[in-house]
Design a protein around this ligand. Structure first.
Ligand code: DQA
Length: 139
């Protein structure tokens, strides 16, 4: 399961100098293609709502999901609810970012998601998702 948080629906036009020109649909298509090579089914979702991400994390536990790739967007840096959800579901969650938040403003340096995620892939643009998928497949 690949979960994307706020503003990632605007990829392609959102600050392309930071996030690139690929849309989330482009990234999802690449994940599905790589997943097919690996024999892994990809369920890629996006929401602008924090509670929806919490609900989807709970659903992942119930649905027999192997691992979750989570780009929580700005909620990465604010959401204790997401931290608690990741701890609660006892599934491997890999934190993903297009940019490298630690190389940006200081308010992006704290990651609540990172406190519970098993791994983090960042700063590679859309390739962050593909590297994270390969790592998830190896878990
Ligand atoms: C992001 C980094 C976050 O700091 C930011 O709020 C985002 C995108 C990334 O993918 O680089 O929305 O998660």
């Amino acid at each position: 399961m690949v979960l994307n948080g706020p503003n990632l629906n605007l990829l392609g036009t959102r600050e392309p100098e930071i996030y690139g020109h690929d849309t989330l649909d482009d990234i999802a298509a690449r994940l599905v293609a790589r997943g097919a090579e690996l024999g892994i089914e990809i369920d890629c979702r996006q929401t602008n709502h924090e509670g929806m991400l919490v609900d989807w994390l709970h659903e992942a536990r119930e649905g027999g999901v192997h691992a979750v790739l989570l780009n929580a967007g700005a909620y990465t840096h604010t959401s204790i609810a997401l931290l608690d959800a990741i701890k609660a579901i006892q599934l491997p969650v890999i934190e993903v970012h297009l940019s490298d938040p630690e190389a940006r403003e200081s308010f992006r340096h704290l990651s609540y998601v990172g406190m519970a995620a098993v791994d983090c892939v960042k700063g590679l643009g859309p390739d962050s998702y593909l590297v994270a998928l390969d790592r998830a497949a190896a878990l």
